[in-house]
Design a protein around this ligand. Structure first.
Ligand SMILES: *Cc1c(COP(=O)(O)O)cnc(C)c1O
Length: 363
């Protein structure tokens, strides 16, 4: 038995895929975003499940992920969402990776690598409509297309852009981006704008593809967004109590004495800390579930240990299950709640826990 583990609910993943596919509409194909080890949920098991659900393509960040997906025997279209370095072009060509490009260096390296293999690779062009991160500006798109035209070995299949604030659909900046994208659109098979937020807010409609990420894993970019309640959490994080003790009033708990017991207290220690992806910012802020009741994190989260106040819970002893994320009985700690307590977003929480813990897949 492990001291701590993640449970990944593949049925919830399937459910979320169907929700997003329905919201995107029948004309819009789904690029399932599986970058960052599928947001900490495990690249290969998640990719396999999504392909099984009918995902039309997988969205990745590093070409190495495409290699892993191909080695797992999946021959679904894969799109590198954020470009490549020239030295990665050969792997891209070899593994039939479609690449979102925005520099001539990327185009030329892909052209050469594909020609050497007697192939033609798909490229999409990233247009910066206001994210300020990657891409060619809309005004430079015609010249970029002209420069690409003579290159053999690559075929332009569409444009892509990214919204800076899909959770603010009414914001003029979002409206401006949606408008700039519409004007830049090449009306090609791979044109795509929408991330999870855009799909939830109906901004991705009318384009042939959309790119949900976080929603597949059960969270919305903003928990108050339309449609957020339709999603089911996929990741749970569980451990067991390693020690229980009773402390009198006035006893400090953990580094820095940031918590002092207000009265006689029963304190449970769990073998999870910031090295396990459980943010130190959760010191005196996190919540866990023990014996079906929510209990607070007290004191500073240590590298591999954290304390919980279980005062008043009958019969708590070492070995008892603790749910740090997910549900037990009728209580639940969501990724959104825990992330907010740590001053971050669910995306970072899932990546952080996913990097540091073994995963069990549940059907
Ligand atoms: C991560 C990412 C997405 C997915 O965004 P979510 O908010 O997780 O839905 C879509 N497109 C690009 C380019 C990305 O980098």
């Amino acid at each position: 038995m492990e001291r701590k583990h993640l449970e990944i609910d593949l049925n919830a993943l399937r459910h979320n895929y169907r929700v997003m596919a329905d919201l995107a509409g029948p004309e819009t194909k789904i690029i399932s975003v599986v970058k960052a080890d599928a947001y900490g949920h495990g690249l290969i098991p998640v990719s396999r499940t999504l392909v099984d659900c009918g995902a039309h393509a997988l969205g990745i960040f590093r070409p190495n992920d495409a290699i892993a997906i191909r080695q797992a025997g999946l021959d679904v279209p894969i799109i590198a969402l954020s470009g490549i370095f020239p030295w990665e072009a050969q792997a891209a060509a070899e593994h039939n990776l479609s690449v979102v490009i925005y520099t001539m260096d990327m185009a030329q390296s892909l052209s050469q690598a594909n020609r050497e293999m007697g192939k033609v690779g798909d490229v999409l062009i990233k247009v910066d409509t206001g994210m300020g991160r990657l891409g060619v500006f809309p005004r430079d798109l015609p010249a970029f297309l002209d420069a690409l035209a003579p290159l053999k070995g690559i075929r332009v299949t569409g444009i892509a852009s990214h919204l800076a604030a899909s959770e603010l659909p009414e914001d003029p900046h979002t409206a401006g981006q949606v408008e700039a994208f519409a004007q830049s659109s090449l009306s090609m098979i791979h044109d795509n704008l929408g991330n999870s937020g855009a799909i939830l807010e109906g901004l991705a409609k009318g384009y042939p593809m959309a790119r949900p990420g976080i929603a597949l894993y059960g969270s919305a970019p903003d928990p108050n967004m339309k449609g957020a309640a339709l999603l089911k959490p996929v990741m749970a994080f569980k451990t067991r109590i390693i020690f229980v003790k009773d402390l009198p009033a006035g006893s400090p708990v953990s580094y820095g004495m940031t918590y002092v017991t207000p009265g006689p207290s029963r304190i449970a220690t769990i073998p999870v800390g910031y090295a396990d992806g459980y943010f130190r910012r959760l010191s005196n802020k996190g919540v866990a579930i023990v014996h079906g009741k929510r209990v607070p994190v007290v004191g500073t989260v240590c590298m591999n240990l954290t304390m919980l106040d279980v005062t008043g819970l009958e019969g708590v002893e070492s070995g008892d299950e603790v749910v740090l994320l997910g549900n037990q009985g009728d209580q639940r700690v969501t990724g959104d709640e825990l992330a907010a307590s740590a001053g971050t977003i669910s995306y970072e929480l899932y990546c952080s826990l996913g990097r540091a813990n073994p995963r069990h897949y549940m059907e």
